[in-house]
Structures are given as structure tokens and as C-alpha cells.
Design a protein around this ligand. Structure first.
Ligand code: GLY
Length: 558
């Protein structure tokens, strides 16, 4: 009898876990990216027999060509992968590294003050790129097609050109002075020293040549030989500190994704050196103690803000590259720690950030970076967020390569306690050191409940994490991806002590109630973010994909 009960219990558990984990094959594929040509590049590679990982190579490379403001071979990113056949999940960390000659004081003057813009504009702002190594690795280890095939759409776009649109114009306008200072960047991206008119055909033959080298020789085509020599001499001539050794030593790292639960939803995201997964999960763990849906919308905003404030506070004080510093991840994400933080949240009053620690105020700039989401017909998934940091990175293109250098060095803390370009403060955990990866906010994420799988992410600097959070809270309401990407956005990052929000995000009554609780507000000049999302119905295999209405992307199911 006992044996029978044991057997039937085991069978029940097996059936239950099968029901929870079983996912119908989608049969079709979905791609959502920030540019129609990048989405088309992904579908083209799927049509040639590639899987989601080959498509991700094609989309990454295509975005490097058609969205030069946002990502590129001179930048880096994080690719979160799910392999359908065995459920294996991994993060490819292609984050940039500080050059070997970098040091903690490299952006300070003799008095120890940060030299304005030195970590944002010009070659000294550039970390050692990770994107080329990551896409080579992605193709070789997870793809089915040769890299030379997956890079074909990007090569075509770079050779033949593409018509620039309003987003390109807007982002270029925001960095016009910086781009204009570099003759090579100005030659490629401007039209007679001006922002080109809409429809201007942007051709990038030098970038095509660099892509060809990558296609021919893999990582060595970028990190060694002709391209590497051009990059190093170009960087050094422009005041940077890269060496051939820096490039030769760059390695992509496979990291275990970070995961947690929010009221029956499994969240899988990226670990350090991105703060994205940790801050996202810490915020959600605090919020899991409330039944948000039973509270008024205003109370929900108050609690979400207070949770963000506390998690971004921990970001500032604990987070950096975990290969260099010990991060108390387990503690930060524990239910007990969240309960402790929750006990400091009052329903009738906002906690001034200064009461947590620090007294700075700062401003935050707009959007940059890019994100895409992919699922193929058998259920392989990719969520990838890629960046050159500020629009058009450091504003420097190395002659003969077409490669825009990133300015990710600004994501380090140049001076402990002083804010970076996103108004973020930080501790010694994120101080500059040779070969260290700078702390990121990129948050490519999977969410999953009993009936649905979601794939999402967005650009937007420090606001990336709060945008993904709001998208997940919308997923929790069983809304569609079209709703996750459109949800009105607000953000609190501990310092500055304000709720940043899009126009129209709050009604006058809501603002009044929240102001009475002690919150302060700053409306952003423009809407922000460019979320790309996909949902799979686990029971039917049906797919739905959405591209942020604020951007110019294309999401499709084919
Ligand atoms: N460069 C933006 C980020 O990594 O968060």
C-alpha cells in the first residue's frame, strides 16, 4: 500500500511539474527589434535554416549598421539565451572591459575632481569592445549556420546603405557637437556637417570591410591583425589608451542567469556586471509582499517608487563587476531582506533618499542602447540588450574601420559619490580597474507563469530596469505584450530624489496625492525607452510580438 502511494505521489509530482514546465512548440517564429531592417535580417536567417541564435547574430550585426547611435561592433551587450531542447539557459556577457592602462583616477584632475565629459566624449571614454567576440561565440556554440552567412544581411546594409529616419536624426542631433569634432564620424554620419535629411542613404563601406574580416576570421578578424592595429593606432592618436594586448585578451564570459519569483511568475535575467537582474529582482521581492492589485493606483505608484528607491540604493552601494568585488546577491534577494526593507516603507509618507544615505542631486539624460527579442519555431529564445552607451558612443570612429567607439567607461564610478552621465552614484565596488567590466543597467529578461512565457527588454540607461519592472507588473495583470511596451513610464533611482515620468503618466489628482506623501517629480522632455517584447502561450504555442510605440521598430510573427 505504502509503495503504491509513493508511486502515485511521484506520478502526481511528475505530472504537475510537466504541466508547469511543458511549453508547446510555437511552430512559427517571432522577432521584435528596434529597426525594421534588423527584424528582417533575423527572419531572413531563419528562412535559411538558422535557429534563434543565428537570427540573434544577424539582428545584432544588422543593428550595428542601421542603428549606429545605439549599439555596434565598438560596443558590447548581454545575450540571454534559452535552448528549447534541454531548457539550458545562459547569459553571454559581451560587456566592455577597462583597458589594462586604466586606473581609478583617470578622469580626475589634480584636485581630485571629475574632468567634465572625459569619460563620455572622445577615445579615452572607450572600453574594450565585447560585441564582436560575443556574436562569434553565439554563432559558433549555439548557432547552426556559419557566421559568414548570418552576417550577410548586415554586410548588405553596410554596402548598399539604408535610408535614415527620425530616430537617427534625433539621436544625432543630441550628440551633434561631439560627432562633429571627430572628422571620421562627421564624414560618415553627417551630411555636409549637418544632420542628414530623412531618407538620406547612409552607406558604411569601412564597416562592411570590418564585418567581412569578422566573417572570414571570427574573433581574430577584429581583435587581431589589420583591424586591431587600425583600432589601436586610431584610439591612441585620439588620446585613448588601448593596446593590442587589450584586444587580444578580450574574452566573452558565459554566466549563469539570475532568477527569482514574483507572485507565481518566474523571472530570469542577467547577473553582474549588469545591475539589471539584481535590482529588478530586489524590487520585485519587496513588492511581492503587497497585493498591489487590491490597492489604489496611487498607492501602487507610491509602493513601486519606494521599492525602486531602496533597490537602486543598494545598486549604488554594493554593485560592481562580480569578478572583482564580492556582491551579497543572496542577501539582497532574500525574502527576509525584502521584508526588512518593506518594514521601512510607510503608506502615508515617502522616505527622503537622504535618510537612506547620500545627499546628491543630479539630472538624467535620455535614451540610448537597443534591445531585441527572438523566439524560433521550436522555442529557442534570445533576449539581448546591446549598447555603445550614449548616442553614437564616444563620438569617435576609427579611420578605415567604420567602428564607433563606445563610451561605456562612464558607467564606472569616476569619483565615489559623484554621479555619472545617468545621474547614478556608486561606491568603490564600481571603481575603475584594469580589465574590470563597468556596471551596466541592461536587463534582457524572460518571464514565465503557468500559461505564458515573455521575452522583453529595452534601452534607456539607468531607467532600463524600471521600464522592465513596469513591463513585468503589466505581464502580471495578464495584459498583452502590446500593453507591456506601451505602459506609461515612471522611474526612481534613489538619487536624484525625484520620480521621473513621461508626460501624461500621472493624472493631476494622482500628482497631488503623491506630492502630499512627499514625492517630488520631474517630467521627462520626451517619452523614453524602446521596448521589444514577445509572448508565447505555453498551451497553444501562439505567439504575439510588440515593438514600443515610442520607437520605429518592427515586431512580427511569421
Ligand atoms: N550603457 C548603459 C548600460 O550599460 O547600462
Amino acid at each position: 500500500m505504502k509503495r503504491v502511494r509513493k508511486k502515485s505521489t511521484a506520478l502526481f509530482c511528475l505530472i504537475l511539474s510537466y504541466t508547469l514546465s511543458s511549453v508547446a512548440e510555437p511552430q512559427k517564429a517571432a522577432i521584435a527589434s528596434a529597426h525594421p531592417l534588423a527584424t528582417e535580417a533575423g527572419f531572413e536567417i531563419l528562412a535559411h535554416g538558422g535557429n534563434a541564435f543565428d537570427a540573434a547574430v544577424a539582428v545584432s550585426a544588422a543593428l550595428a549598421v542601421v542603428e549606429p547611435a545605439s549599439s555596434g561592433l565598438g560596443g558590447g551587450g548581454f545575450w540571454l539565451l534559452h535552448r528549447a531542447k534541454d531548457g539550458f539557459e545562459v547569459v553571454l556577457d559581451g560587456r566592455e572591459k577597462a583597458p589594462l592602462a586604466a586606473n581609478a583616477a583617470m578622469y580626475l584632475d589634480e584636485q581630485g575632481n571629475v574632468i567634465p565629459d572625459l569619460s563620455k566624449n572622445g577615445a579615452l571614454a572607450a572600453g574594450i569592445p565585447g560585441m564582436p567576440a560575443a556574436i562569434v561565440h553565439l554563432a559558433a556554440k549555439y548557432g547552426r549556420l556559419p557566421l559568414s552567412q548570418s552576417l550577410q544581411p548586415a554586410l548588405r546594409y553596410a554596402h548598399n546603405g539604408f535610408a535614415i529616419g527620425a530616430r537617427y536624426q534625433r539621436l544625432l542631433q543630441s550628440r551633434l557637437q561631439v560627432v562633429a569634432q571627430n572628422s571620421e564620424a562627421a564624414r560618415i554620419f553627417l551630411d555636409n556637417a549637418n544632420v542628414p535629411a530623412s531618407g538620406f542613404l547612409l552607406k558604411q563601406p569601412d564597416l562592411a570591410h570590418t564585418l567581412e574580416k569578422l566573417a572570414e576570421s571570427g574573433a581574430a578578424g577584429f581583435y587581431q591583425g589589420e583591424v586591431a592595429k587600425k583600432l589601436v593606432s586610431g584610439v591612441q592618436a585620439a588620446g585613448g589608451i588601448w593596446t593590442l594586448q587589450d584586444l587580444a585578451r578580450y574574452q566573452v564570459v558565459e554566466r549563469q542567469p539570475i532568477s527569482g519569483n514574483y507572485r507565481g511568475i518566474k523571472i530570469t535575467s542577467v547577473p553582474s556586471p549588469s545591475s539589471g537582474g539584481i535590482v529588478l529582482l530586489e524590487t520585485l521581492t519587496i513588492l511581492a509582499g503587497y497585493e498591489l492589485e487590491k490597492l489604489t493606483p496611487t498607492t501602487q505608484i507610491h509602493l513601486i517608487t519606494e521599492a525602486m528607491r531602496r533597490a537602486y540604493h543598494d545598486r549604488a552601494f554594493y554593485l560592481g563587476d562580480s569578478d572583482f568585488v564580492k556582491i551579497p546577491v543572496k542577501r539582497l534577494l532574500s525574502a527576509d531582506y525584502a521584508a526588512g526593507l518593506r518594514s521601512t516603507i510607510r503608506m502615508d509618507k515617502a522616505l527622503p533618499s537622504a535618510a537612506l544615505r547620500g545627499e546628491l542631486t543630479a539630472d538624467t539624460p535620455g535614451t540610448d542602447t537597443t534591445h531585441f527579442s527572438i523566439i524560433d519555431s521550436v522555442g529557442n529564445r534570445v533576449a539581448a540588450t546591446l549598447s555603445v552607451n550614449f548616442p553614437f558612443g564616444s563620438g569617435v570612429v576609427v579611420k578605415g574601420t567604420g567602428v564607433i567607439l563606445n563610451d561605456e567607461m562612464d558607467d564606472f564610478v569616476s569619483n565615489v559619490g559623484q554621479m555619472n552621465g545617468y545621474g547614478l552614484v556608486g561606491s568603490a565596488a564600481n571603481a575603475i580597474a584594469p580589465e574590470k567590466r563597468m556596471l551596466s543597467s541592461m536587463t534582457p529578461t524572460f518571464v514565465e507563469d503557468k500559461t505564458r512565457v515573455g521575452i522583453l527588454g529595452t534601452p534607456g540607461g539607468s531607467r532600463i530596469i524600471s521600464m522592465v519592472l513596469l513591463g513585468i507588473l503589466d505581464f502580471a495583470k495578464h495584459h498583452s505584450p502590446q500593453s507591456w511596451v506601451a505602459v506609461p513610464r515612471f522611474h526612481h533611482q534613489y538619487l536624484p530624489d525625484v520620480i521621473e515620468h513621461e508626460a501624461g503618466c500621472f493624472s493631476p489628482e494622482t500628482l497631488q496625492v503623491l506630492t502630499a506623501l512627499g514625492h517630488q517629480f520631474k517630467q521627462t522632455d520626451t517619452p523614453y525607452g524602446d521596448m521589444q517584447a514577445i509572448e508565447l502561450n505555453k498551451q497553444t504555442g501562439q505567439l504575439s510580438a510588440a515593438s514600443d510605440p515610442r520607437g520605429e521598430g518592427l515586431a512580427d510573427v511569421r
